[in-house]
Write a protein that binds this ligand. Structure first.
Ligand code: SF4
Length: 459
């Protein structure tokens, strides 16, 4: 009998990509085969961060609803459409009429059984989560897309309720995975040659790991030698970083993403002292104006944020800093936007992810007036991008003539490779042999827009 086939289409953040790797594992274990051309099942992993992502999801549903596939018996039918990932309640109601299966990501292990039932003609099947703490899907070992860079969720959900954000409604309250499970997973990854461990969470700074009485502490000398007690102790993000840093092997640790209100002095000290922790941080500011930050429910001031930047740079002079920022938040005046532009000039970011505000149903921001015109939002985005181009260029200049260790990520064409420094700088260089997934040394010889050019020193 021919195997049933599936395709996954995911939008949004690294957490969604990581979830997709777990979905792949579930499907593979149930004997489904990946087929991106003519699948029997299309699994859509949604992102609700912006309306544009939801619009793209809607289009995918339309395209797949009208796409007839040959079911190998000469009968044309469309693929089964599964919707999972981050979906707001209001969107769930809209989409449940359009898709065949709507399943909470936490229940993904049940998907193959549900697909088979649905293929037998069972009508609409909804599998929404009953419990906010039902996070069993983390037990699934992912089928990783990369052989050298691993996404490792350490927590999910969020308690912060920033007024523009859908995450607390789609992913629920914060849940931290038990520390030993994370350490064991990373230990295995490193043993299997992984060079980059990317710890994921909506707010990794509030990681709050406890012991899982069922799992054993990994039996490695390094961890047993650790000063802090695992038994009955709450393990902070700092503790977790230190315990991962103590594992043997040549690898980097990165993390995404941090909330400025939870970035402690202890964490800055840990970043400085742990040689495997990359000297790079994404610290989303979201707005450069205190009144706007208040409306966003961010719970810090620009003065506090700038103090953090100062501490990070004092402690790690070569650290690279990126941010996320929203332009055109409801009622944001020109003057308030000017404060964001000023912040960009003052902080001199290496990179920034600039988003035009888009209202998400059910969030607190819906009580405000989305009164900044689309054209004005575009204009504000352009202004910040221009400042960023200049500051990133100035920051990148400092690398010229210096040696940098990079992790090679992919081959482009004509013998050109692409890799990243620990400070998350993109580097292009020429290479002859296969270098993908290896650490190499390059001498930085030039710059391209937002990136660097280099020459190999050794391989
Ligand atoms: S911290 Fe704010 S922006 Fe980040 S996931 Fe939580 S609610 Fe959303």
């Amino acid at each position: 009998m021919q195997k049933k086939t599936y395709k996954i289409k995911a939008w949004g953040c690294a957490m969604n990509l990581s979830d997709s790797e777990r979905i792949k594992a579930v499907m593979r274990a149930a004997d489904f085969k990946e087929n991106n051309i003519q699948p029997d099942v299309v699994i859509l992993v949604a992102c609700s961060i912006r309306q544009s992502a939801i619009d793209r999801l809607w289009w995918q549903i339309q395209i797949n609803s009208q796409k007839p596939i040959d079911n190998r018996q000469g009968i044309l039918k469309r693929p089964l459409i599964v919707l999972t990932g981050c979906v707001l309640e209001t969107d769930k109601k809209k989409f449940e009429k359009l898709v065949d299966i709507l399943i909470d990501i936490k229940k993904i292990e049940k998907l193959p059984v549900i697909i088979n039932k649905k293929s037998e003609g069972v009508k609409i099947i909804k599998q929404l989560s009953n419990s906010a703490t039902d996070y069993n899907y983390f037990h699934v070992s992912p089928v990783r897309d990369s052989k050298f860079s691993a996404l490792v969720p350490i927590m999910t959900g969020c308690n912060n309720y920033c007024s523009y954000c859908a995450v607390p409604y789609t992913r629920g309250r914060e849940y931290s995975r038990p520390a030993q499970k994370i350490i064991k997973e990373v230990e295995n990854l490193v043993k299997n040659g992984y060079k980059e461990i990317i710890l994921l969470g909506q707010n990794v700074n509030s990681y709050n790991g406890r012991l899982d009485s069922k799992s054993k502490i990994p039996d490695t000398k390094q961890i047993q030698n650790f000063k802090f007690k695992f038994q009955n102790d709450v393990i902070t993000f700092s503790d977790l970083l230190r315990s991962l840093n103590a594992l043997n092997g040549d690898f980097w640790i990165r993390f995404f993403t941090s909330h400025p209100k939870d970035l402690s002095d202890e964490l800055i000290k840990t970043m400085k002292e742990c040689d495997k922790v990359c000297k790079y941080i994404n610290l989303p500011v979201q707005a450069g104006d205190n009144a706007t930050l208040k409306k966003m429910n961010r719970k810090y001031s620009i003065q506090h944020y700038k103090k953090l930047i100062g501490k990070l740079r004092k402690s790690m002079p070569n650290i690279a800093i990126s941010t996320d920022i929203i332009v055109g938040f409801p009622e944001e005046t020109n003057k308030q936007f000017e404060n964001s532009a000023k912040l960009f000039r003052d902080v001199k970011y290496d990179m920034a992810y600039i988003a035009q505000f888009s209202m998400r149903p059910g969030t607190a921001a819906t009580k405000l007036k989305d009164n900044v015109r689309k054209e004005e939002k575009k204009h504000r985005e352009k202004i910040l991008t221009e400042i960023l181009k200049k500051t990133a260029w100035q920051n990148n200049k400092k690398y010229i003539g210096k040696l940098a260790k990079i992790l090679v990520e992919k081959k482009i064409k004509n013998g050109k490779y692409f890799g990243k420094t620990e400070s998350y700088k993109h580097v292009m260089f020429n290479g002859k042999k296969n270098l993908i997934g290896k650490f190499i040394m390059v001498k930085i010889s030039g710059m391209v827009s937002f990136g660097l050019k280099g020459k190999i020193i050794n391989t």
